[in-house]
Design a protein around this ligand. Structure first.
Ligand code: ZN
Length: 255
Protein backbone atom coordinates (compact mmCIF):
# COMPACT_ATOMS: atom_id res chain seq x y z
CA UNK A 1 0.00 0.00 0.00
CA UNK A 2 1.35 3.42 -0.93
CA UNK A 3 2.07 5.77 1.92
CA UNK A 4 -0.22 8.47 0.55
CA UNK A 5 -3.31 6.40 1.20
CA UNK A 6 -5.08 6.59 4.54
CA UNK A 7 -4.80 3.14 6.03
CA UNK A 8 -7.85 1.78 7.84
CA UNK A 9 -5.83 1.46 11.03
CA UNK A 10 -4.76 5.08 10.83
CA UNK A 11 -8.32 6.29 10.32
CA UNK A 12 -9.19 4.45 13.49
CA UNK A 13 -6.23 6.10 15.20
CA UNK A 14 -7.45 9.56 14.16
CA UNK A 15 -10.88 8.89 15.58
CA UNK A 16 -9.27 7.55 18.73
CA UNK A 17 -7.11 10.68 18.92
CA UNK A 18 -10.11 12.97 18.71
CA UNK A 19 -12.10 11.05 21.31
CA UNK A 20 -9.08 10.96 23.60
CA UNK A 21 -8.64 14.70 23.21
CA UNK A 22 -12.15 15.28 24.41
CA UNK A 23 -11.70 12.90 27.31
CA UNK A 24 -8.19 13.77 28.44
CA UNK A 25 -7.13 17.00 26.84
CA UNK A 26 -9.39 19.42 28.63
CA UNK A 27 -8.99 17.83 32.06
CA UNK A 28 -5.23 17.73 31.71
CA UNK A 29 -5.20 21.31 30.46
CA UNK A 30 -6.68 22.39 33.75
CA UNK A 31 -4.23 20.28 35.73
CA UNK A 32 -1.33 21.78 33.78
CA UNK A 33 -2.19 25.34 34.67
CA UNK A 34 -0.52 24.68 37.98
CA UNK A 35 2.25 22.47 36.65
CA UNK A 36 5.73 23.94 36.89
CA UNK A 37 7.76 20.74 36.77
CA UNK A 38 11.20 21.00 35.22
CA UNK A 39 11.09 20.18 31.49
CA UNK A 40 13.34 17.40 30.19
CA UNK A 41 14.89 16.55 26.83
CA UNK A 42 13.61 13.09 25.91
CA UNK A 43 16.17 10.59 24.67
CA UNK A 44 15.14 7.43 22.87
CA UNK A 45 16.86 4.64 20.97
CA UNK A 46 15.62 1.88 18.69
CA UNK A 47 14.96 -1.55 20.12
CA UNK A 48 17.57 -3.67 18.35
CA UNK A 49 19.38 -6.93 18.85
CA UNK A 50 23.08 -6.91 19.62
CA UNK A 51 24.14 -8.02 16.16
CA UNK A 52 22.00 -5.44 14.31
CA UNK A 53 23.52 -2.41 12.63
CA UNK A 54 20.34 -0.37 12.52
CA UNK A 55 19.84 3.38 12.81
CA UNK A 56 17.01 5.86 12.33
CA UNK A 57 17.61 9.25 10.75
CA UNK A 58 15.12 11.91 11.79
CA UNK A 59 15.02 15.37 10.24
CA UNK A 60 13.21 18.35 11.72
CA UNK A 61 11.62 21.03 9.56
CA UNK A 62 10.82 23.67 12.17
CA UNK A 63 10.28 26.78 10.04
CA UNK A 64 12.44 28.61 7.52
CA UNK A 65 13.53 27.00 4.27
CA UNK A 66 14.43 23.67 2.71
CA UNK A 67 17.87 22.11 2.35
CA UNK A 68 17.25 20.19 -0.85
CA UNK A 69 20.82 18.87 -0.87
CA UNK A 70 19.96 16.59 2.06
CA UNK A 71 16.92 15.08 0.36
CA UNK A 72 18.78 14.68 -2.96
CA UNK A 73 21.57 12.86 -1.11
CA UNK A 74 19.16 10.55 0.73
CA UNK A 75 17.33 9.68 -2.51
CA UNK A 76 20.60 8.98 -4.31
CA UNK A 77 21.84 6.73 -1.50
CA UNK A 78 18.42 5.18 -0.73
CA UNK A 79 18.53 6.25 2.92
CA UNK A 80 15.07 6.56 4.50
CA UNK A 81 14.32 9.36 6.95
CA UNK A 82 11.46 10.33 9.21
CA UNK A 83 10.77 14.03 8.68
CA UNK A 84 9.06 16.07 11.41
CA UNK A 85 7.31 19.08 9.89
CA UNK A 86 5.34 22.00 11.29
CA UNK A 87 2.33 23.51 9.53
CA UNK A 88 4.32 26.73 9.37
CA UNK A 89 7.09 24.98 7.41
CA UNK A 90 4.70 23.11 5.13
CA UNK A 91 2.98 26.31 4.04
CA UNK A 92 6.30 28.01 3.27
CA UNK A 93 7.77 25.02 1.43
CA UNK A 94 5.10 23.59 -0.83
CA UNK A 95 7.55 22.26 -3.49
CA UNK A 96 9.59 20.58 -0.75
CA UNK A 97 6.51 18.79 0.57
CA UNK A 98 5.70 17.69 -2.97
CA UNK A 99 9.21 16.27 -3.33
CA UNK A 100 8.92 14.34 -0.06
CA UNK A 101 5.55 12.94 -1.10
CA UNK A 102 6.93 11.83 -4.46
CA UNK A 103 9.41 9.64 -2.57
CA UNK A 104 7.04 8.29 0.05
CA UNK A 105 8.87 4.97 0.06
CA UNK A 106 11.81 6.79 1.67
CA UNK A 107 10.26 9.61 3.67
CA UNK A 108 7.78 9.28 6.51
CA UNK A 109 6.13 12.61 7.42
CA UNK A 110 5.38 13.13 11.10
CA UNK A 111 4.14 15.93 13.36
CA UNK A 112 6.39 18.75 14.63
CA UNK A 113 3.42 20.95 15.57
CA UNK A 114 1.43 23.90 14.32
CA UNK A 115 3.77 26.83 14.99
CA UNK A 116 6.87 25.26 16.54
CA UNK A 117 5.91 25.99 20.14
CA UNK A 118 7.72 23.85 22.76
CA UNK A 119 5.77 21.36 24.88
CA UNK A 120 6.05 23.40 28.07
CA UNK A 121 3.01 24.79 29.78
CA UNK A 122 2.47 27.91 31.83
CA UNK A 123 2.30 31.67 31.23
CA UNK A 124 5.71 33.24 30.66
CA UNK A 125 7.64 29.98 30.50
CA UNK A 126 10.31 29.63 27.83
CA UNK A 127 12.87 27.11 26.61
CA UNK A 128 15.80 28.12 24.36
CA UNK A 129 14.13 31.52 24.01
CA UNK A 130 10.85 30.07 22.67
CA UNK A 131 7.60 30.72 24.53
CA UNK A 132 5.66 27.70 25.73
CA UNK A 133 1.88 27.31 25.84
CA UNK A 134 -0.25 29.31 28.25
CA UNK A 135 -2.23 26.15 29.04
CA UNK A 136 -2.71 22.54 28.04
CA UNK A 137 -5.37 23.42 25.48
CA UNK A 138 -2.70 25.35 23.58
CA UNK A 139 -0.56 22.24 23.40
CA UNK A 140 -3.52 20.23 22.11
CA UNK A 141 -4.03 22.83 19.34
CA UNK A 142 -0.31 22.70 18.52
CA UNK A 143 -0.31 18.91 18.10
CA UNK A 144 -3.60 18.66 16.20
CA UNK A 145 -2.85 21.69 14.01
CA UNK A 146 0.34 20.15 12.71
CA UNK A 147 -1.31 16.76 12.23
CA UNK A 148 -4.28 18.21 10.35
CA UNK A 149 -2.03 19.97 7.82
CA UNK A 150 0.04 16.83 7.25
CA UNK A 151 -3.11 14.79 6.70
CA UNK A 152 -4.44 17.42 4.30
CA UNK A 153 -1.21 17.41 2.29
CA UNK A 154 -0.36 13.72 2.30
CA UNK A 155 -3.52 11.77 3.10
CA UNK A 156 -1.58 10.06 5.89
CA UNK A 157 -2.42 10.63 9.54
CA UNK A 158 0.77 11.16 11.59
CA UNK A 159 1.12 9.28 14.84
CA UNK A 160 4.56 10.34 16.04
CA UNK A 161 5.10 13.74 17.64
CA UNK A 162 8.27 15.64 18.30
CA UNK A 163 7.87 18.99 20.03
CA UNK A 164 9.91 22.07 19.17
CA UNK A 165 13.31 21.94 20.97
CA UNK A 166 12.74 18.29 21.96
CA UNK A 167 12.02 19.39 25.54
CA UNK A 168 8.84 18.40 27.40
CA UNK A 169 7.07 19.08 30.66
CA UNK A 170 5.97 15.83 32.32
CA UNK A 171 2.34 16.92 32.00
CA UNK A 172 2.87 17.75 28.33
CA UNK A 173 4.04 14.17 27.79
CA UNK A 174 0.82 12.92 29.41
CA UNK A 175 -1.30 15.12 27.14
CA UNK A 176 0.52 14.13 23.94
CA UNK A 177 0.48 10.42 24.74
CA UNK A 178 -3.12 10.69 25.95
CA UNK A 179 -4.01 11.88 22.43
CA UNK A 180 -2.62 8.63 21.03
CA UNK A 181 0.75 9.93 19.78
CA UNK A 182 4.13 8.43 20.39
CA UNK A 183 6.81 10.93 21.30
CA UNK A 184 9.95 10.72 19.19
CA UNK A 185 13.05 11.52 21.19
CA UNK A 186 16.55 11.01 19.83
CA UNK A 187 19.95 9.81 21.00
CA UNK A 188 22.38 11.69 18.73
CA UNK A 189 22.05 15.43 18.21
CA UNK A 190 23.98 15.48 14.94
CA UNK A 191 23.90 19.15 13.98
CA UNK A 192 23.37 21.07 17.23
CA UNK A 193 20.25 22.81 15.96
CA UNK A 194 21.80 23.34 12.48
CA UNK A 195 24.56 25.41 14.04
CA UNK A 196 27.51 23.01 13.72
CA UNK A 197 29.96 23.09 10.79
CA UNK A 198 30.06 20.09 8.45
CA UNK A 199 33.25 18.59 9.89
CA UNK A 200 31.83 18.62 13.41
CA UNK A 201 28.64 16.90 12.24
CA UNK A 202 30.60 14.21 10.41
CA UNK A 203 32.71 13.69 13.55
CA UNK A 204 29.63 13.31 15.75
CA UNK A 205 28.34 10.64 13.38
CA UNK A 206 31.53 8.62 13.82
CA UNK A 207 30.35 7.95 17.40
CA UNK A 208 26.98 6.51 16.34
CA UNK A 209 26.19 3.00 17.60
CA UNK A 210 23.62 0.34 16.76
CA UNK A 211 20.11 1.56 17.65
CA UNK A 212 20.81 5.28 17.65
CA UNK A 213 18.16 7.77 16.56
CA UNK A 214 19.92 10.64 14.80
CA UNK A 215 18.48 14.17 14.84
CA UNK A 216 19.37 16.84 12.27
CA UNK A 217 17.60 19.71 10.53
CA UNK A 218 16.39 19.98 6.94
CA UNK A 219 15.23 23.59 7.14
CA UNK A 220 18.54 25.51 7.14
CA UNK A 221 20.04 25.37 3.62
CA UNK A 222 22.89 27.73 4.50
CA UNK A 223 24.04 25.57 7.42
CA UNK A 224 26.70 22.85 7.42
CA UNK A 225 24.09 20.13 7.95
CA UNK A 226 23.82 19.00 4.33
CA UNK A 227 27.54 18.53 3.82
CA UNK A 228 28.04 17.06 7.29
CA UNK A 229 25.28 14.48 6.85
CA UNK A 230 26.57 13.50 3.42
CA UNK A 231 30.03 12.81 4.87
CA UNK A 232 28.81 11.10 8.03
CA UNK A 233 26.01 9.00 6.53
CA UNK A 234 28.21 7.79 3.67
CA UNK A 235 30.74 6.54 6.20
CA UNK A 236 28.02 4.78 8.21
CA UNK A 237 26.69 3.07 5.08
CA UNK A 238 30.21 1.86 4.27
CA UNK A 239 30.35 0.35 7.76
CA UNK A 240 27.20 -1.66 6.98
CA UNK A 241 24.63 0.34 8.93
CA UNK A 242 21.09 0.33 7.56
CA UNK A 243 18.46 2.96 8.20
CA UNK A 244 14.81 2.45 9.17
CA UNK A 245 11.76 4.67 9.52
CA UNK A 246 10.20 5.18 12.93
CA UNK A 247 7.03 3.55 11.56
CA UNK A 248 9.05 0.35 11.19
CA UNK A 249 10.58 0.57 14.65
CA UNK A 250 10.11 0.06 18.34
CA UNK A 251 11.87 2.55 20.58
CA UNK A 252 12.79 2.71 24.24
CA UNK A 253 13.66 5.54 26.57
CA UNK A 254 17.18 6.20 27.78
CA UNK A 255 17.68 7.09 31.40
ZN1 ZN B 1 12.11 22.12 15.49
Amino acid sequence: MRRNEIRPGKRKLLLMNLSRVSRFGIALAIVCLSAQAKPVELHHRLLVTADDRTLALTLDACGGGFDRSIIDFLIMHRIPATVFVTRRWIRRNVPAMKMLRQHNDLFEIEDHGLNHVPAIIGPGRQVYGLNGHRNGAGLVREVLGGAAEITRQTGVVPHWYRAATGVYDPDAVKIIEGMGYRIAGFSVNADGGARLPAAAIAKRLTHVVNGDIILAHVNQPSSGTGEGLALGLSALQRQGFRFVLLDQSQIHALE
